[in-house]
Design a protein around this ligand. Structure first.
Ligand code: UT7
Length: 351
């Protein structure tokens, strides 16, 4: 039965980097606070009028080019985002149209920061069943739309603009959330292979009793109409996040999952070449790494430059590691991720 291999990678981030100091122009925060608590120095934001499928298309073109295949060879698209252009249809269809993949099935998945793991399980099933052979996986986000400030020009020191005290007060209510997220897309081209590569094992979990640790209250179909002026006034379009609980969840569940997967697949932790972890907070990954006794050079980090790009994070990291010549054919990798849902898990993959 065939496994999968990743034959092409690409990523794209929009606009100029926005530093922590730039954020302090619109809310009460500082570079020191943000860097110490999260490891983030800068992030990118989607410009007004552009959506996640635009960044996804750029990242995909780069991935397809690096795979050296014509786009027509793609016979399935798996698209992950928590910030789609529309309530429906999903952005996978928009991405496929931008790539000229008319008629190719495009599946949208909604597992937020854990999407890469769920996507990989689907891709493994598609190649093993013979339903598809060359699959494009893309994670892309445009979180800018839920940021708690409205004067975007005020972020830019060159604008000479500053947020009003009233605007600052509004933004301050969401500052723990607003510093974390950044926009961008990562794309991977998977292909069925007879080579000894692909998924070796996976542990996936969902705990919906914890769904409200990170969720968006407004814009859902419990209310008629599903959008109300009061939702805007009460800032319900901005996600509610219990950062401390999520932090605890991650530093408990991820090492547990990693150990269980190693036991199940009879893989010693030190046989693993790379630990490719979702980047929600550098401190979370430090805790996880220390608990597992993994040397720092085996767990790469790029959160400093991008923040948390949710579904985009793991494919962006994989693209960077591949292009840097670090992640290579034959390497044994563990992927680790946790995101809103709460969905989490680990995967063991032979590259
Ligand atoms: O994939 C997405 C899933 N999300 C996560 O995994 C998030 C995990 N959690 C975290 O990363 C951390 O909880 C945060 C970085 C979001 C926040 O760090 P924290 O250490 O949990 O801070 P906190 O929210 O408990 O706030 C501590 C203090 C508060 O002040 P008081 O009440 O102690 O006076 C906050 O008001 O820090 C204050 N604070 C800030 N100060 C400056 C909160 N946000 C900021 C800020 N700048 N941006």
């Amino acid at each position: 039965m065939p496994g999968f291999e990743i034959i092409g990678t690409g990523h794209y981030v929009p606009g100029r980097p926005v530093s922590n100091t730039d954020l302090s122009r619109v809310m009460d925060t500082s570079d020191d606070w943000i860097f110490q608590r999260s490891g983030i120095r800068q992030r990118h934001f989607a410009p007004e009028g552009s959506g996640c499928s635009d960044f996804a298309a750029e990242a995909s073109r780069r991935a397809i080019e690096s795979a050296g295949i014509p786009p027509e060879e793609i016979d399935y698209v798996v698209f992950a985002t928590m910030t789609p252009e529309y309530v429906f249809p999903g952005s996978g269809a928009l991405l496929a149209a931008k790539l000229g993949l008319k008629g190719v099935p495009a599946l949208d998945i909604r597992q937020q920061c854990a999407a890469m793991l769920f996507g990989m399980q689907i891709i493994d099933g598609l190649v093993k069943s013979g339903a598809a052979r060359t699959i494009l996986f893309v994670g892309a986000e445009a979180h800018a739309g839920f940021m708690p400030w409205e004067d975007w020009d005020a972020l830019d020191p060159a604008s000479g603009r500053t947020a009003t005290p009233e605007q600052r007060e509004k933004a301050n209510k969401h500052r723990a959330l607003a510093i974390l997220f950044g926009d961008g897309a990562g794309a991977l081209v998977f292909r069925a292979t007879e080579r000894d590569a692909g998924l070796r094992g996976m542990k996936l979990h969902t705990d919906g009793t914890a769904a409200k640790l990170l969720y968006v209250e407004a814009g859902g179909f419990r209310t008629r109409p599903y959008w109300k002026h009061s939702d805007y006034d009460e800032q319900k379009y901005i996600p509610t996040m219990d950062g401390r609980e999520l932090f605890k969840f991650a530093v408990t569940k991820l090492p547990q999952s990693a150990r269980a997967l190693c036991a199940e697949t009879r893989t010693p932790l030190d046989a693993i070449d790379w630990f490719l972890a979702h980047q929600a907070n550098a401190r979370i990954n430090e805790y996880v790494r220390e608990q597992l006794g993994v040397p720092p050079e085996k767990l790469p980090s790029n959160i400093e430059r991008f923040g948390n790009t949710s579904a985009g994070t793991l494919p962006i990291l994989i693209d960077e590691q591949t292009r840097a010549g670090k992640l290579k054919r034959g390497d044994l990798c563990m992927l680790l991720a946790l995101g809103a849902g709460v969905h989490w898990g680990t995967a063991l993959v032979r590259w």
